[in-house]
Design a protein. Sequence first.
Length: 244
Amino acid sequence: MPITPDVRAAFAPNGVLRASINIGNPILASLDAGSDTPRGVSVDLARELARRLDLPIELKVFKSAGESVRAVTDEAADVGFFAIDPERGQGIGFTAPYVIIEGCYLVPHDSPLRDNDEVDAAGTTVVVGRGSAYDLFLTRALQHATLLRAPTSPSVVEVFVKEGADVAAGVRQQLEADMANREGLRLLPGRFMEIRQAMGLPKGRGDAAARVLRTYVEEAKASGFVAEALERHRIEGVSVAPAD
C-alpha cells in the first residue's frame, strides 16, 4: 500500500486513527471478561491497519451498530466495521466484505412458522436490534409484518421473550447462544439474508484513502489474516468473504 503523508492525514486528521468498534455484534468484537478492553476480529484488523499506516490507534467502543455507524458518518471516528447497506452508504465508503454472516429468524418452539417466507404476514411481530443491518434490511423487505426494535442486537431475544413477540431476527451465532440459555426456542431453517461485513471510512476522506483501505482488506483476506483472527477468537459459522 502506498502510504504518503496525504493518505495518512486523510485517515487520521487528528494524528490518531480512531476505530469505531461495535461490541453489539459479538462475532466481530466483545469485551474481555471483567474489563473494558475490546477484543475480536475487527479489533485485530483495526490494530493492523494502524500499524501499516504507522499511526497510533484509539478504539472507540459502542454497544450498537447504529452508534458505531453514526460515529464514522459524523467523523467522530475514522474507520469502522459494518454490514454493507445502501442507507449507511450515504455517508460511509465501504470496502468489499471481509466476512459473510447469516441473518436468521428465531421463534418459539410451538410457533406455526416453519419457513422464512412465512414471517412476512399481517399480525406477525418481528424483534430486531435498532440500527442493525438486519433492521435496515427488514425495514425495506417486510411489507406486512410489524417490526419491534430492541435497544441493541444482544438484547433482541430478551425483548422477544418479554413482549411475547412472534419472531426474533439476528445473527445466527447470537441467536444460537441465546437458545443455549433458554428453553422452548428454535431457529427457522436457512437464512433470510446474507450479512456482508466490511470496513468503511467517512466518504469525504478522498479516493486515495478509500483505495488504500480496499487494498488492505483484500490483502487481509488473501494472506490468511482474517481466517487466522476468526480461529484465534474461536468464531465458528462465519466464512471469509471471497476476493473482490
